[in-house]
Design a protein around this ligand. Structure first.
Ligand code: ASP
Length: 341
């Protein structure tokens, strides 16, 4: 099936699958006011006026709750945010019951589990892997790319070779559960990828440690039943996640193509640099999708952000995005606010 037809099928599919009835909110009249009316940008570069809250870790979706516990063990002992986010998301990667990350992730339409991941530290170092197969912990391979190579991203066979050369084991990631789901899908879905809200479950995690340093990690098996070779936003630095230690950090989940076209995580950090709170920055990045990508209503995107003061924000296009937050007040799941009410 040609890519364009496939994409149209994607869109049709979600409209069919989506059980919720979204009523578009008519917002602002002119493009000019759309850009400037909701928020006033600070004239000066970022000023930190908020009370400091650290350490803090936030992570996408329900699975963020348990991942946060692992991260918090490190953060509460004054450990490094980078270690916290890597170890935190590793829990989700190793969970064979989780159908959207690492081991047990739903395969592409040809039955291959292909993984994307990225990580970034407080020094602005970044590493990622895309289209990686057979490795349970792509996030750790991404970290090694960051720390041991002069590069930022390794992909496919090359990423696998690099992982094996560094002691990672080659494993079968397609669990019986995922295989059965793929087989069912093949019968009924006529070789079309499934895009719906329930299907978007990347784990993205951002943290600020006791020293005030920020890091983020993002790891996924990507869109279920995607075309073989498809890479999403998660391994793209600035799309799936981004960190600027002077300002803040952000992560994305949802339909990666929309995040890539608007470079969502980088955009959120830049909005924070210009004086917006993490919440306002996430909202503004969703608003950008609305402005630029007319079919946004058919998809889900969720953003999380944290700033240098440890303030956090979250926003999505559709209802249903949640995240876990762990700070001195404890670990809790929070429903994010959203655009289409
Ligand atoms: N962002 C991921 C991708 O497009 C999907 C997800 O968040 O579940 O690959």
């Amino acid at each position: 099936m040609p890519a364009e037809t496939l994409y149209k099928v994607f869109k049709f599919k979600i409209m069919k699958i989506n059980r919720r009835n979204f009523i578009a909110k008519s917002i602002l009249a002119t493009a000019g006011t759309l850009i400037s009316s909701k928020y006033t940008f600070a004239k000066e570069p970022l000023k930190l006026t908020g009370k400091k809250n650290k350490p803090v870790v936030i992570a996408t979706w329900d699975h963020g709750f348990d991942a946060n516990k692992v991260a918090w063990k490190i953060l509460s002992k004054k450990g490094r945010a980078l270690d916290a986010v890597e170890k935190g998301v590793m829990l989700t990667e190793a969970d064979a019951d989780n159908l959207t990350v690492g081991l047990g992730g739903l395969p592409d339409r040809d039955g291959y589990v292909t993984l994307d991941a990225s990580i970034m530290d407080e020094k602005g170092n970044a590493g990622s892997v895309s289209f990686l197969q057979h490795i349970v912990h792509p996030i750790s391979v991404a970290r090694l790319v960051m720390e041991k190579t002069p590069h930022v991203m390794l992909s496919g066979e090359g990423a696998l070779q690099f992982a094996l050369a560094n002691g990672f084991k080659k494993e079968n990631l397609l669990t019986e559960k995922a295989k059965q789901k793929w087989k069912e899908w093949k019968k009924e879905a006529k070789y079309e990828p499934v895009i719906n809200i329930e299907n978007h479950d990347t784990i993205g995690m951002v943290a600020i440690d006791a020293h005030g340093n920020l890091s983020s990690a993002c790891t996924t098996s990507g869109l279920a039943y995607k075309m073989h070779g498809r890479v999403g936003d998660s391994p793209i630095i600035g799309a799936g996640m981004y960190v600027d230690n002077e300002v803040g950090a952000a992560v994305a989940t949802g339909m990666g193509e929309l995040v890539m076209k608007t470079l969502g995580s980088f955009l959120i950090v830049e909005f924070m640099r210009n004086g917006l709170s993490p919440q306002q920055a996430c909202e503004k990045a969703i608003e950008r999708i609305k402005q630029k990508l007319p079919d946004y209503k058919n998809f889900q995107i969720g953003y999380l952000a944290i700033n240098k003061s440890g303030e956090t924000g979250a926003y999505s296009i559709q209802k249903g995005f949640n995240y876990a937050k762990y700070d001195k007040k404890g670990n809790r799941l929070i429903d994010a606010d959203y655009l289409l009410k």
